[in-house]
Design a protein around this ligand. Structure first.
Ligand code: HEM
Length: 413
C-alpha cells in the first residue's frame, strides 16, 4: 500500500514540478527551498493535487484547527484509489507515521496517548539529563580533538550526543546503539513524499530491523525493567503492546534523527556568519539565541502535512474536504510579517523563539525542551573548548527532503 501510494505521489509530484508548480517543485526538490516564490502566490497556494502555505498565520491556524488533522496521509487521492490502497494495506504496517503513533492520530485518542507519555516524560527527568549531556559532550570532545586534524563534527559529535541521550531515555544498551542508529538513518526518508523504489526498500529494511530489535528490547524490559522512561511506560501498563511499540519507535526516530541536524546546522550557520560567531564566542550565554535562531533559519524538519476534514476557506481560498496541506515550517519561519529581515541569521533576534520548527497545536514536539537542552549544552561546550573551530571543507547534505541537515561536516581548529 505504502509503496503504491509513494509511486503515485512520485509520479504526480515530479510531473507537476516539471510543469513549474512552485509547491510541487519545493516538495520534490532536494535544493535549498525558495520560499519567496511560493509567497508571491499569496498566503495559501492550492493546486489540483494538494495545497501549501509559507504564511506564518495560516500555518499556525491550520496546525491548531480541528478542521484539519493528521489524516490517512493519502490526501487528495481519488476515492476509488483510496479504497484500492485500503484493500491492499498490510494489517501489521507500523511506522512512526502510522497509527497508533502519536504523530498519526488526532484528538481525542491523541490526547489519551499524549497524557500517558507525558507522565513519564517529566520536566524533572529532562532536567536531570543536563548533567549527563554535559558529561557525554566532554568525553566526546576529549576523544575527537580537532587540533589533531579535521574531524567530522556530525559523526564525531552532533550525532553522538542525541544518541546517548535517547538511548538513556529508552534504555538502549551501548552494544546496540550503532545498529539502531544505522537503521534509523535508513528509515529516516519515511517522511519524504514520493520515494523511489530504491529509497523505499531502504526505508523498509531499516524499519523492519528496528521493529525486530524493539520487540526484543521491550520483552527484555518487561522481565528486567530499568529506571528509564520506556521501562516506566512498560510498568505503568496503560498502553498495549502495539501502542507501546509505536510510541517507542517514534521517540527513537524523533530523538535520533532531528537534534543531530540542529547541532550540525548551527555549526554550519555560525561558520557562514563570522560576526554572529564572534558574538557567541564573546558571550557564551547567547547559546539559547544560537539554538532558537538556527531552529528558525535552518529547521531540522522542513514541513509537515495536515488534511482538511471539512470543506473550508483558508485566507480567502477554497480548500476542498480531503485536501492535503503542506505546512512549510521553514517558510513560515521566514515570513517577513513576523520576522524582520527574515533571511538574515541573527542570534540576538528578540522573537526567534516564535519559530514553528517544533510545530504547534496538539502535535507540538514532545521532545522540544530536551532537544533545546542538548543543543544548548552541546554548542556551548564545543565552542568553549575550541573557540577557533572552523568548517574545513564542503559538508555533505543528508539525502532526505523533509529532514534537513548534514550527513558529514569536516571541522578543524
Ligand atoms: C513531534 C520537530 C526533537 C519527540 C515533532 C514535530 C516536529 C518536531 C516538527 C511535529 C510534527 C507535526 O506537527 O506533524 C523536532 C525537532 C527536533 C525534535 C526540530 C530537534 C531539534 C525531538 C526529540 C524527541 C522528539 C529529542 C524525543 C526525545 C517528538 C514526539 C513528537 C514530536 C514524540 C510527536 C508529538 C505528538 O504528535 O504529539 N517534533 N523534534 N522530538 N517530536 Fe520532535
Amino acid at each position: 500500500r505504502w509503496a503504491l501510494s509513494q509511486g503515485l505521489n512520485r509520479a504526480v509530484l515530479s510531473g507537476m514540478s516539471r510543469r513549474g508548480d512552485p509547491l510541487a517543485e519545493m516538495m520534490w526538490s532536494r535544493e535549498e527551498p525558495d520560499y519567496a516564490r511560493l509567497r508571491e502566490r499569496g498566503p495559501i497556494h492550492v493546486n489540483p493535487f494538494m495545497a501549501g502555505t509559507v504564511s506564518y498565520t495560516v500555518a499556525n491556524e491550520i496546525l491548531r484547527s480541528s478542521d484539519f488533522g493528521v489524516g490517512d496521509g493519502q490526501g487528495e487521492l481519488p476515492i476509488a484509489l483510496r479504497w484500492l490502497l485500503g484493500k491492499v494495506s498490510a494489517p501489521d504496517a507500523l511506522g512512526p507515521v502510522d497509527p497508533p503513533s502519536l504523530l498519526a492520530v488526532d484528538p481525542p485518542l491523541h490526547t489519551r496517548y499524549r497524557k500517558q507519555v507525558s507522565k513519564a516524560f517529566t520536566a524533572r527527568r529532562i532536567g536531570s539529563m543536563a548533567e549527563m549531556v554535559t558529561a557525554v559532550a566532554g568525553d566526546l570532545l576529549d576523544d575527537r580533538d580537532p587540533r589533531r586534524g579535521p574531524v567530522d563534527i556530525i559523526e564525531g559529535y552532533a550525532a553522538r550526543l542525541p544518541i546517548a541521550v535517547i538511548a538513556e531515555l529508552l534504555g538502549v544498551p551501548e552494544s546496540d546503539r550503532a545498529d539502531v542508529l544505522r537503521w534509523g538513518d535508513q528509515a529516516a526518508a519515511i517522511l519524504d513524499p514520493g520515494l523511489s523504489w530504491r529509497d523505499y526498500s531502504q526505508v523498509e529494511s531499516g524499519m523492519r530491523s528496528l521493529h525486530e530489535w524493539f520487540e526484543g528490547h521491550v520483552r527484555h524490559l518487561r522481565s528486567a525493567p530499568g529506571d528509564d522512561l520506556l521501562s516506566d511506560l512498560v510498568i505503568a501498563g496503560d498502553l498495549d503492546d502495539r501502542e507501546l511499540h509505536a510510541l517507542g519507535l517514534l521517540l527513537l526516530a524523533a530523538g535520533f534523527e532531528t537534534t543531530v541536524n540542529l547541532i550540525g546546522n548551527a555549526v554550519a550557520a555560525l561558520d557562514a556568519h563570522p560576526s554572529q560567531r564572534a558574538l557567541f564566542l564573546d558571550d557564551p550565554s547567547l547559546a539559547d539565541g544560537v539554538v532558537e535562531e538556527t531552529l528558525r533559519w535552518a529547521p531540522p524538519v522542513l514541513a509537515t502535512v495536515r488534511q482538511a476534514y471539512v470543506a473550508t476557506r483558508v485566507a480567502g481560498a477554497d480548500v476542498a474536504r480531503g485536501t492535503a496541506v503542506a505546512v512549510l515550517l521553514g517558510g513560515a519561519n521566514r515570513d517577513p510579517s513576523v520576522f524582520t529581515d527574515p533571511d538574515a541569521y541573527d542570534i540576538t533576534r528578540p522573537n526567534a523563539d516564535q519559530h514553528l520548527s517544533f510545530s504547534a497545536g496538539a502535535h507540538f514536539c514532545l521532545g522540544a525542551s530536551l532537544a533545546r537542552l542538548e543543543a544548548r549544552v552541546g554548542l556551548r561546550l564545543l565552542y568553549e573548548r575550541y573557540p577557533t573551530l572552523r568548517v574545513s571543507g564542503p559538508g555533505l547534505r543528508r539525502p532526505t527532503r523533509i529532514l534537513r541537515g548534514y550527513a558529514s561536516l569536516p571541522v578543524t581548529v
